[in-house]
Design a protein around this ligand. Structure first.
Ligand code: ATP
Ligand code: MG
Length: 511
C-alpha cells in the first residue's frame, strides 16, 4: 500500500518556487523514508536541480544562509524553521574513507539518489512529480531489508561511517541486512579507524538505544569490537557458573536489551561485566567466580569512554553505574535508606534499573527479580515518606554542637554520626533523642559505624576489613556484607582517614 506523502506548507512553498523557476525539486532521504513507514519526519531535506546561487535568488522571500556552498547547500529560514536545500550532485573520488574529494552538480535526480547510502534513503518525492524510487527503496522498506545503493564494498570503502549507519537502521527498525551489504559491512569494518570519535559515538549511542539492539550486537559483534576492542574477550566466554545460563557476551546483550533506552543505562549495561574475563577464578568444585569484577570493569570502561570522547556527565554516570552495578539496595527500609544516602536518588533509581536488567540477562533465577522489585517499592516508599532527608534536615545543627561544647573538625564528624543514626530510624530526629545520642557517642569516642558501597563479594568485605585494620587508629573492624554496614573500634578514629583509604580502593563511604 502506498502511503500518502506530504510536507509542511513552507516546504511545499519552497518546492513550488523552485519548480516555477523551472528546476525539478523534491523532498528526499529521511523525510520520504519516515513517511512511507507511517511516521512523522523530524526534518525535511529538499534537493533541487537549481545551483546554490540560483536557489538563493529564487528563495529571496526568505532569509537564506550559505550552509555549505561547496557542497551545494543553502538554508532557507522559513516561518516553520530552517529548510536545507541542496543541489543535485555527484560525489567524486573518496581517498580518506570519509568525504568525497570534490562534488559535481548535476541536473538529474537519479544521479543524486545513486550517491546515497541505502535504497530506503535513496527516494525523493514532490507533489508535482510523485515518488522517484530508482533503486527499489519502497520494496525494501516493505520487506524490511537494508541494502546498499550500488556495490556494497565500494560504498562502505568510500565512507566507513556507512557501516555504523547500517547498524543503526537495523537497530532502530529491526530490518535484516541484504547478504552482500552484510558481507561488505563485516569486510570493511577495520576502515572505521578513519572515522572521528564524535561521529562514531553519535552512531553508537543510536545503535544502543534502538529497540532491536540485541540483534545487532549479536550479529555484528565483530563491528562493535572493532570500535570497542575492550569488549572482545567477552565474546564466547563461558561463565561456568550455575547463576549464568549465557556466555559473557550473550548475557551483556540481553542485559542491554532489558534496560530502558537511555544512553547512560545502555552503555553501562554494555560495559558492566567487561572486567570479568580478567578476574576469572575456579573453585575446587570447578565453578567459575569473578570476585571484585565491578572494580575491574571500571578502568576498561574508562579507557573506552575516553576514546569515544563522551561528555563529562555521561562519562561520570556510566563509570558510576558500572562500579556499583552489583551492590543491591537491600530489602529493608533501613538498608535502602542508607544506600539512598550513599548514591542519591538519581543513581539509586538508575542502579535499580541496572540490577533488574542484569538479573533478566542472567537467565537463571527469575525469582531474584522479585527481590529487586521489592527494593524498588521500598525506595519509592522511603523517598515519599522522607521527602529526601538531608543533613540540613537534622533537628540539630553545628551551632547546637558548639553550645554543647564541641569544636573544630569534631563537629562535622559528630553531625555525620547523628545523621546516620537518624537514617536508621527517622523517628529519632528530635532534639532530645539526638542530645542523648550525642552524650552516648562522646562517652564512646572509639566506636564508629558507617555504610560502604561497592562491596559485592566476600572478597571485597575482606579487603575493606584489611584496609581499615591497616590504619593505626583502628583496632578492629566488623563488616556486614549484605547491608554494607561497617563498625570500627579503636582510638581517635578519623572519618576522613577512613573515607580516603576506602575511596582509594574504589569504595564509596557514607559516614
Ligand atoms: P535521520 O535524519 O533520521 O537521522 P536521515 O536518513 O535523514 O535520518 P541524515 O543523516 O539526515 O539521515 O541524512 C540525510 C540523507 O542523506 C540520508 O537519508 C541519505 O540519503 C543521505 N546520507 C546521509 N549520510 C550519508 C552517507 N554517509 N553516505 C551516503 N548518503 C548519506
Ligand atoms: Mg535527516
Amino acid at each position: 500500500m502506498m502511503r500518502t506523502l506530504s510536507a509542511p506548507t513552507d516546504i511545499l512553498a519552497v518546492l513550488e518556487r523552485l519548480e516555477q523557476a523551472g528546476f525539478a525539486s523534491y523532498i528526499v532521504g529521511g523525510a520520504v523514508r519516515s513517511q512511507l513507514q507511517g511516521n512523522v519526519p523530524h526534518d525535511y531535506d529538499v534537493c533541487t536541480a537549481a545551483r546554490p546561487e540560483q536557489v538563493r535568488q529564487i528563495c529571496s522571500e526568505w532569509k537564506t544562509v550559505d550552509t555549505g556552498l561547496k557542497h551545494g547547500t543553502v538554508t532557507a529560514l522559513t516561518a516553520s524553521g530552517p529548510v536545507e536545500i541542496t543541489t543535485f550532485r555527484l560525489e567524486g573520488q573518496y581517498t580518506d574513507c570519509r568525504r568525497p574529494d570534490r562534488v559535481e552538480f548535476v541536473t538529474d535526480i537519479k544521479a543524486d539518489l545513486a550517491r546515497r547510502d541505502f535504497t530506503i534513503n535513496a527516494m525523493a518525492w514532490s507533489p508535482i512529480r510523485g515518488l522517484c524510487d530508482p533503486f527499489g527503496g519502497q520494496r525494501d522498506l516493505q520487506a524490511g531489508i537494508l541494502r546498499c545503493v550500488g556495490d556494497p564494498k565500494q560504498r562502505m570503502t568510500e565512507d566507513a561511517l556507512r557501516i555504523l549507519r547500517a547498524l543503526r537502521f537495523l537497530s532502530v527498525y529491526g530490518f535484516q541486512m541484504e547478504p552482500q551489504t552484510r558481507q561488505a559491512v563485516l569486510h570493511c569494518r577495520s576502515l572505521l579507524q578513519h572515522i572521528s570519535a564524535e561521529r562514531i559515538t553519535d552512531k553508537l549511542i543510536r545503535i544502543l538505544c534502538g529497540p532491536y539492539v540485541g540483534q545487532v550486537l549479536t550479529e555484528f559483534s565483530d563491528v562493535i569490537t572493532e570500535i570497542l576492542p575492550e569488549l572482545r574477550p567477552m565474546i564466547g566466554f563461558d561463565q561456568n557458573n550455575p547463576h549464568h545460563s549465557y556466555t559473557l557476551w550473550e548475557h551483556s546483550v540481553r542485559a542491554v536489551e532489558a534496560i530502558p533506552p537511555r544512553p547512560e543505562l545502555r552503555m553501562a549495561m554494555l560495559f558492566h561485566d567487561v572486567g570479568k574475563s580478567a578476574c576469572y577464578t575456579e573453585d575446587s568444585a570447578g565453578i567459575g567466580h569473578f570476585y571484585g569484577h565491578a572494580k575491574h570493569s571500571v578502568p576498561l570502561t574508562a579507557s573506552a569512554l575516553q576514546r569515544l570522547r563522551l561528555d563529562n556527565t555521561l562519562y561520570d554516570d556510566i563509570l558510576y553505574l558500572v562500579r556499583h552495578h552489583d551492590t543491591p539496595l537491600g530489602l529493608t527500609p533501613k538498608t535502602v535508606r542508607r544506600k539512598l544516602a550513599v548514591h542519591g536518588e538519581r543513581y539509586s533509581r538508575a542502579l535499580l534499573a541496572i540490577h533488574k536488567a542484569d538479573c533478566i540477562g542472567q537467565g537463571t533465577a527469575p525469582e531474584n527479580l522479585t527481590a529487586f522489585l521489592k527494593s524498588e517499592d521500598l525506595l519509592e516508599a522511603v523517598l515519599e515518606e522522607e521527602g529526601r532527608f538531608k543533613r540540613k534536615d537534622l533537628a540539630i545543627n553545628g551551632n547546637d554542637l558548639i553550645r554543647w561544647g564541641m569544636q573544630g573538625r569534631e563537629i562535622g564528624e559528630m553531625l555525620a554520626a547523628l545523621f546516620n543514626y537518624v537514617l536508621d530510624d527517622p523517628t529519632r530526629n528530635t532534639r532530645e533523642t539526638l542530645y542523648e545520642k550525642f552524650c552516648a557517642l562522646q562517652k564512646e569516642p572509639n566506636h564508629m559505624a558507617f555504610t560502604v558501597s561497592g562491596m559485592s563479594w566476600k572478597h571485597c568485605a575482606q579487603e575493606v576489613r584489611q584496609l581499615l585494620e591497616s590504619l593505626p587508629s583502628v583496632e578492629y573492624a566488623n563488616v556486614d556484607l549484605p547491608s554494607g554496614r561497617v563498625e570500627v573500634m579503636g582510638t581517635q578514629i578519623s572519618p576522613n582517614e577512613i573515607r580516603h583509604v576506602l575511596a582509594d580502593a574504589g569504595y564509596k563511604v557514607a559516614i
